[in-house]
Ligand binder design. Structure first.
Ligand SMILES: [Zn+2]
Length: 252
């Protein structure tokens, strides 16, 4: 079912009335930029078993495989550009409507669209750089890729010898505590929780709309398919995010 005019109007009204919104985004907003949904059926991880954090730590072979996959995906990730949905979200932040963007995505497209770094809370990290798992030193990917292409190997930190891994949260790795805390706090204090492109089935993601509703915020959901929290929402739109949100944020 496509979003009718009535639904778009209702969304626009909710955005207008909000003074402190939180935008929450999942894979659905980035598939509109051509980034595959890793977890969906037919997604990359249904063909390639995801690499578990413990396996990454314990096996050099697995680390090499993990880096090989990252570089194989590189072109898709590096060439992806923000779409109408990302741009509309950025406008909500720039107009001080949205206090922050909480995202499950690792592609950095909200920042590329113009949301300042300090307004993006990345629950699953970011795939555009790497960190040392021991000392936290940051590494850029280009030199790692160049060295990897010379000879496939797992990079180590030049400061402490620790293992270097993309700054993403892997399966089996705990959610980043500071980000989870900030996301909860923002959600408790919002008056509108706008969820875009997340199926809201897996916790802790699914918990945020519940926290928002418990604290008297309104809940609006845009997602292609039904989500686990549709029953709680004040407004549900099953449609593409870009066109619907752009029409609500910038009416003609
Ligand atoms: Zn280190």
């Amino acid at each position: 079912m496509d979003a009718g005019k009535q639904q778009t109007d209702q969304l626009r009204q909710m955005l207008d009335q909000s003074r402190r919104m939180v935008v929450f985004t999942g894979a659905g907003i980035s598939t509109e930029s051509g980034i595959p949904d890793f977890r969906s059926p037919g997604g990359i991880w249904s063909k390639n078993e995801p690499i578990n954090y413990q396996d990454f730590i314990s096996s050099e072979k697995t680390r090499i495989e993990s880096w090989r996959r990252r570089f194989a995906l590189g072109e898709v990730l590096d060439q992806a550009r923000p779409n109408a949905g990302h741009l509309a979200v950025a406008k909500l932040v720039q107009r001080n409507k949205a206090a922050c963007v909480i995202t499950q995505n690792i592609d950095g497209l909200h920042q590329q669209a113009g949301v300042p770094d300090d307004k993006v809370i990345e629950l699953h990290g970011n795939t555009h750089y790497a960190v040392c798992l021991e000392c936290g030193k940051r590494f850029e990917l280009v030199p790692i890729r160049q060295a990897f292409e010379q000879k496939p190997h797992a990079p180590v930190c030049d400061l402490c010898g620790g293992m270097v891994k993309t700054a993403t949260v892997s399966f089996g790795q705990s959610m980043p505590a500071a980000e989870m805390h900030a996301a909860r706090e923002q959600t408790v204090n919002c008056d509108l929780f706008l969820s875009l492109g997340s199926s809201l089935v897996v916790y802790p993601a699914a918990g945020f709309p519940e926290i928002a509703k418990r604290n008297n915020a309104r809940l609006a959901i845009i997602n292609r398919d039904p989500t686990g929290m549709d029953h709680l929402a004040d407004l549900v739109i099953h449609d593409s995010i870009g066109p619907v949100l752009a029409a609500a944020v910038d009416p003609e």
